[in-house]
Design a protein around this ligand. Structure first.
Ligand SMILES: Nc1ncnc2c1ncn2[C@@H]1O[C@H](COP(=O)(O)OP(=O)(O)OP(=O)(O)O)[C@@H](O)[C@H]1O
Ligand SMILES: CC(C)(CO)[C@@H](O)C(=O)[O-]
Ligand code: BAL
Length: 280
C-alpha cells in the first residue's frame, strides 16, 4: 500500500470536503518530515481517534532562525511515505514553499507570553513561524483534531494558546515523548550526531532525571539545576542553553518545588541543538 501525496491546498480541501460530507472526523499530524517512531506514535494516536488522518510534511522556512539549520534539515520523503503506509494514514500533504507562502504573503501569527522564554529566547522569531504555519495548516486541513508531541513541550503550550485565543475549531491532543532505549528523546536532528556524540547524547535526559530526583528529595532547586548543567557539559555537550524548572504556564522560573513543575533543557552537541523536558 502506498499513501497518496498531495502538494496543492485545493486538492487537499476537495478530499477533506468529501470526508466531511460523509460525516467522517479528520485528524492532522503536522511534521517537518525525516520521520521516526515519535512521529509514528502521533500518527497512530490520530488513527485511533479519527476516521481520517492527514500527515503534513513541510520544512517551514519561517520557523528557522538559523539558515544553516534549515539547509541541513534532513529531507527523506520516500522513506517517510513508506513508514506512514505501515500506519495506514490516508494522505500526506507535502506542499512546496510557494504553495504555503505565495508571493505577496503578508500575514503573521504571534503568540506572546508563553512564546517568550526558553526556546523563544534562544530562537528569535521561531514561535512566530510555528504559530503562523500551524494556523495555516489548521485552515488548509480543516482538521477536527491535531496531534503534537510533548517532546516539544513549549510548542504544545504555544499551539494550545493559539487555538484558544483565536477560537480555532480544532482539538489539540498532546502525546508523550518517545525515547530511544537509552533515554534519548527521538528527534530528526539526532541523525546529525557523530558516533561518539550519539553515545554522549542520553546524558542530557539522564542528568535531568537526576536533578528531578534531587529536587524531590529536598535539594534546593538552584543547586540541583546548577549541578545538572555542569554534569551535562562534563558529559561532553558543548553548551547548555538552558536547564530550567518552570510551572505549568512556563512564564517564570520556579525557585522552589511547590507544585506541579516541568524541567526543560536545551543543549548543543556536535553542533546539533537537542531539547528535552520531563515532569517533576
Ligand atoms: N520523540 C518524540 N516523541 C513524541 N513526539 C515527537 C517526538 N519527536 C517529535 N515529536 C513530535 O512530532 C511533531 C513533528 O516534529 P518534528 O517534525 O519537528 O520532529 P522532530 O524530531 O522534533 O524534529 P527536530 O529535530 O526538528 O526536533 C511535533 O509535534 C513533535 O513534538
Ligand atoms: C509543528 C511543526 C510541524 C510546524 O512546522 C513543527 O514545529 C514541528 O515539526 O514540530
Ligand atoms: N521540533 C520543532 C521544530 C523545530 O525545531 O523547528
Amino acid at each position: 500500500m502506498t499513501v497518496v501525496i498531495l502538494r496543492r491546498v485545493a486538492d487537499l480541501r476537495t478530499m477533506v470536503r468529501g470526508w466531511k460530507a460523509a460525516g467522517q472526523t479528520v485528524g492532522v499530524v503536522p511534521t517537518m518530515g525525516a520521520l521516526h517512531e515519535g512521529h509514528l506514535s502521533l500518527a497512530r494516536a490520530a488513527k485511533a481517534g479519527c476516521d481520517r488522518v492527514i500527515v503534513t510534511i513541510f520544512v517551514n522556512p519561517k520557523q528557522f532562525n538559523n539558515p544553516a539549520d534549515l539547509e541541513k534539515y534532513p529531507r527523506t520523503e520516500d522513506r517517510d511515505a513508506a513508514l506512514l503506509a505501515t500506519v495506514g494514514v490516508d494522505v500526506i500533504f507535502a506542499p512546496l514553499p510557494d504553495e504555503v507562502y505565495p508571493p505577496g504573503f503578508a500575514t503573521g501569527v504571534s503568540v506572546s507570553g508563553v512564546s517568550a522564554p526558553l526556546e523563544g529566547a534562544h530562537r528569535p522569531g521561531h514561535f512566530d513561524g510555528v504559530a503562523t504555519v500551524v494556523a495555516k495548516l489548521f485552515g488548509m486541513t480543516m482538521a477536527d483534531r491535531a496531534y503534537f508531541g510533548e517532546k516539544d513541550w513549549q510548542q504544545l503550550q504555544v499551539v494550545q494558546r493559539l487555538v484558544a485565543d483565536l477560537n480555532l475549531p480544532v482539538q489539540i491532543v498532546g502525546c508523550g515523548t518517545v525515547r530511544e532505549a537509552d533515554g534519548l528523546a527521538m528527534s530528526s536532528r539526532n541523525a546529525r550526531l557523530s558516533e561518539s556524540g550519539r553515545k554522549i547524547a542520553p546524558g542530557l535526559h539522564r542528568e535531568m532525571q537526576r536533578a528531578a530526583e534531587a529536587m524531590r528529595a529536598g535539594v534546593p532547586v538552584a543547586a540541583a539545576l546548577e549541578e545538572a548543567a555542569a554534569a551535562v557539559q562534563a558529559a561532553g555537550f558543548e553548551a547548555v542553553d538552558y536547564l530550567d524548572l518552570r510551572s505549568a504556564d512556563l512564564l517564570e522560573p520556579m525557585t522552589a518545588l511547590n507544585g506541579p513543575a516541568r524541567l526543560l533543557a536545551a543543549a548543543t552537541l556536535d553542533g546539533v541543538r537537542l531539547i528535552d523536558n520531563i515532569a517533576v
